[in-house]
Design a protein around this ligand. Structure first.
Ligand code: UDP
Length: 151
């Protein structure tokens, strides 16, 4: 079982697509471990996107992500990190295939609705950045065996 961080970015919240996006996570079999609606401070945004500091799109990205609220959460499941990346699709909405979140709902490279951790290291770092340990809930769902079980 893996944990991964997702963010429904400001464009996702503004366009009332949060429910649609989380429905896709649940339908796939991922389990919510944490969830909150919040406005992102500049300090948190800069830490979250530290690897992009200095790039031409960095300032615009920080402005975008701090402008209006986001919904941030943690998902758990078998191969959750790559499964979430697959559900999201590639960065640029215009190039993202239909069937993915970015492919179905947007055309922008910046306003691409959703963030998902891209590796186990990023997931651990990002979960610790956005949530306290007590906000991460440990519980099971009744259908877990059917969704993730077997070989
Ligand atoms: N981004 C952007 N312009 C670019 C590349 C990225 O505005 O040319 C933004 C976009 O919102 C993207 C985020 O920066 O989701 C982080 O970029 P990354 O390459 O990590 O893409 P992701 O992992 O989100 O697909």
């Amino acid at each position: 079982m893996q944990r991964t961080l997702f963010i429904c970015k400001p464009d996702c919240v503004q366009r009332r697509l949060v429910g649609e996006v989380i429905r896709r996570f649940e339908s796939k079999g991922l389990r919510l471990v944490a969830l909150k609606l919040m406005t992102v401070s500049r300090a948190l945004a800069e830490k979250h996107y530290a690897e992009h500091a200095g790039k031409p799109f960095f300032e615009g990205l920080i402005q975008f992500i701090t402008a209006t609220p986001v919904v941030v959460g943690v998902l758990e499941g078998n191969e959750a990190i790559s499964v979430l990346r697959g559900l999201m699709g590639p960065t640029n909405g215009a190039a993202a295939p239909p069937g993915t979140i970015r492919g179905d709902f947007g055309l922008s490279r910046q306003n691409n609705l959703i963030h998902g951790s891209d590796s186990a290291e990023s997931a651990a770092r990002e979960i610790a950045l956005w949530f306290t340990p007590t906000e991460l809930l440990d519980y099971q769902l009744a259908d877990e065996h059917y969704v993730s079980g077997g070989e």
